[in-house]
Design a protein around this ligand. Sequence first.
Ligand SMILES: *Cc1c(COP(=O)(O)O)cnc(C)c1O
Length: 365
Amino acid sequence: MKINVTRTSMPSFEEYCEEIRDIWDSAWLTNMGPKHQKFEGLLCKYLDVENASVFTNGHLALETAIALFNFKPASEIITTPFTFVSTTNSIVRNNLIPVFCDIKKDDYTIDPSKIEQLITEKTVAIVAVHVYGHVCDVEAIEKIAKKHNLKVIYDAAHAFGVKYKGIGVGNFGDVSMFSFHATKVFNTIEGGALTYKDKSFKDKILKLRNFGIQENGDCIAFGGNTKMSEFQAAMGICNLKHIESCILKRKAIYQRYIEKLSNTKGIRLPNIDKNLEYNYSYFPVVFDGYKFDRDEIAARLAKHDIFARKYFYPSIDQFECYKQASFKGDAPISREISKKVLCLPLYAELPLEAVDKICSIILDN
Ligand SMILES: *Cc1c(COP(=O)(O)O)cnc(C)c1O
């Protein structure tokens, strides 16, 4: 049996069919229909945020989050290269310049102690990533942002359902982006959302999401089409009913990995901050001085039809298009971790016996 790094959690076929029945009755398939409205409301409740706007995918939600602020072209945004390329592309595609800050060695999020030295008169914002669902040092980042008058945008693609000190993670910064892609903890097939405190963003997003067209038919911004369809929203409504049990199942698998792999020299396991209510989204293992290196472990697993993922690899600054543009900033820790990290298979329906097999291949016993 082939095991991939993830497998999408789905409602039963019947449950989804029941949810989409009224779409047939109304023949309203997209453009902020009733499913879309209902799903946004349910999301606000689950994420414990005041405002949420849903999108056809996470990447376009993030592009829109950045576009909300009308930054002057060629302004600089401080971010990290230890992320999925979507984060950095969304900066560049807004005609802004990413400046790479290094990450912390303990949870791979942006290192706040290295941010200020990168700030110039061109800096307008910080785009930080809650890597693997581990929450950035939101307090330190807020302090720096206030002092230098910067906007803060969080890529919370990995952090659906996470709370920090009892606060939903979507409440930090000016805007947060969640991804509901099929490979994430929670999915709407493709999909994403922005959450934010400033109510005035709601209307702005409504227009940017729909070509920039406003009520009187006039076009007030160069918007694209980034709306979520009713079928995606229906999937979200179904999956939200199961999210808590899904996270609990992930937790059991996560704990089994910890149990089997802890106290092994050269294998560094993830560590959940005591202030977090975590979503068990990923199980990243860093092989550092172990008898096999990361690539050898991945190859050994692949021989057994088990496909772990080198995630994130490479560090974004090493991608051809980013090297060519020679963006500023240096991130040696990001480069080092990206060469040593491997995300092991983790999904709600992964049997514990499979976890045991994966661990025994890694431990070579
Ligand atoms: C998945 C992901 C995105 C993009 O989200 P999509 O819904 O796939 O467009 C952005 N950033 C990070 C960190 C991600 O993991």
